[in-house]
Design a protein. Structure first.
Length: 241
């Protein structure tokens, strides 16, 4: 984990995601629906719902959309059923790729994911082929602009809050936690007065792969195709930032 920065990748994809805002809201609504249906509509009692609501807030999703998805999940009737499926494979240059999906049609999703891989320089693998190369971590980013705290003091604060590690760049502090400690660390840092630019559970590659410009462009196209699919929730890669 040490030395792996997500921040540049997050910033680099932000503009592209802004252009897909409507589709992102649709996907978030599905995640909110599933979390609320599984464990209730109160985020204080439902950590999974609070996480996806935080994700929706970071994406500037309107509160009306959030409330509508929760209401739909808690209304009478059978409702919708979705399966969580993870696809694994390799992209250009041997970059490992994890694709997390939430689908009501397994055949449709499997076909779409396979086509995205094969038409963009990738290969879809078997279950377990690359997942062992990633660790599930909590990730928190705090931008340094206007922050009156040095690196040593910040490190003391995040370790005291329960974090595992912190990376520092001129722009941002990047904090990593064990997944089970994520909400505790996030809440403590917010109580300490820090404004969180990003806070999520994510998959962090144990090692990364460097690509040349052509390979990187092809990988970006593959990731874009995957993220364009309505059933795809998240895409993680082992690309070196």
């Amino acid at each position: 984990m040490s030395g792996h920065s997500k921040w540049n990748n997050i910033q680099g994809r932000k503009n592209a995601q802004d252009a897909k805002r409507g589709k992102i809201f649709q996907k978030l609504s599905r995640e909110i629906y599933m979390a609320a249906k599984a464990s209730g509509p109160n985020p204080d009692d439902n950590p999974a719902l609070r996480l996806v609501m935080d994700k929706a807030k970071a994406a500037n999703m309107p509160n009306d959309n959030v409330e509508r998805a929760i209401k739909k999940a808690t209304s009478a009737g059978e409702g919708e059923n979705y399966d969580e499926i993870v696809y694994e494979g390799y992209g250009p240059g041997g970059v490992a790729i994890l694709v997390h999906t939430l689908t009501d049609n397994r055949n449709r999703t499997a076909t779409n994911v396979r086509v995205a891989f094969t038409r963009n320089g990738g290969n879809l693998g078997e279950t377990g082929s690359v997942s062992y190369m990633f660790d599930r971590k909590g990730y928190i980013a705090i931008e340094r602009a206007g922050l009156a705290v040095d690196e040593d003091t910040m490190l003391e604060d995040v370790i005291e809050a329960g974090a595992e590690d912190m990376l520092t760049s001129p722009e941002v502090f990047e904090i990593y936690t064990a997944p089970e400690d994520f909400t505790t660390v996030r809440d403590q840092l917010e109580q300490d007065g820090f404004k969180l630019a990003q806070a999520e559970l994510t998959m962090v590659p144990q090692t990364t792969v460097a690509l040349d410009d052509d390979q990187k462009a092809q990988l970006e196209q593959l990731v874009d195709k995957l993220e364009d699919d309505d059933d795809v929730s998240d895409v993680y890669t082992s690309l070196e930032d």
